[in-house]
Design a protein around this ligand. Structure first.
Ligand SMILES: CC(C)(COP(=O)(O)OP(=O)(O)OC[C@H]1O[C@@H](n2cnc3c(N)ncnc32)[C@H](O)[C@@H]1OP(=O)(O)O)[C@@H](O)C(=O)NCCC(=O)NCCS
Length: 195
């Protein structure tokens, strides 16, 4: 399905200083210091609204990290594999989690650079990208070509399929040019926030 990414080529974080190039690590490659620094960045950037379940969702895939040397980790996002059903068709999705930039370093292109690296991973490894956007994040993603899923959202819960209407408007997808965004999109089951 790689042809569907032709119109959504990754953009670079053009304002990013050269010394802040993102690094990519699988979860297993993170040092305990990096893991702790990522968690600390989440607590700062989300102002306490980021718990253990949220962090767990960010593990088991590829982490993009920006480390400025002085402050340490100032930017992060990860992409993990989930199964998404698009109108009943199972797709391998790169689900983006824990996108955050240190508040002191905002609007300098770090978020864009992190997302550019994430999109490169998605384009090479998954059928589509998906995420649940915060209000702040939505502006960043929209500008990069992510689109809001406008159709029904649901989950394959242990007791069966059910809709998740509370998430409509915040779930965004990327690289899904051939997919009808007004169709149904269902995610796999997990603890904590489903999307
Ligand atoms: C959202 C966040 C990651 C953005 O990081 P950033 O490094 O400031 O983003 P960038 O500098 O790369 O922004 C690039 C573009 O994205 C858009 N953008 C970024 N932050 C935005 C915001 N708060 N509101 C609207 N648009 C925004 C703008 O178009 C921006 O370009 P501009 O600065 O020229 O206007 C950061 O604000 C953050 O960590 N927020 C708190 C945690 C959070 O909500 N994370 C997203 C979870 S889904």
């Amino acid at each position: 399905m790689s042809e569907q990414f032709a119109t959504a080529a990754p953009q670079t974080g053009e304002r990013l200083l050269c010394c802040l190039d993102p690094i990519l690590r699988h979860t297993w490659e993170l040092s305990s210091e990096q893991r702790r620094a990522i968690r600390e960045l989440m607590d700062i950037a989300f102002r306490g609204d980021f718990d253990d379940a949220d962090f767990d969702h960010a593990l088991g895939g590829i982490h993009v990290i920006v480390d400025d040397g002085a402050r340490g980790v100032v930017g992060h996002a990860s992409v993990v594999q989930r199964q998404l059903l698009v109108d009943g068709r199972p797709l391998r999705a790169g689900y983006v989690e824990a996108v955050a930039v240190h508040p002191d370093q905002g609007r300098r292109g770090i978020g864009g650079a992190v997302m550019a690296a994430i999109e490169t991973v998605i384009a090479g490894a998954y059928d589509l990208g998906a995420l649940s956007a915060s209000e702040q994040g939505a502006g960043l993603y929209r500008r990069r070509g992510w689109r809001v899923w406008s159709g029904e959202l649901g989950v394959l819960a242990p007791e069966g399929y059910r809709t998740t209407p509370g998430d409509v408007g915040s779930v965004m997808v990327w690289g899904a040019g051939v997919i009808d965004l007004s169709g149904s999109l269902a995610c796999d089951w997990r603890a904590g926030p489903l999307w």
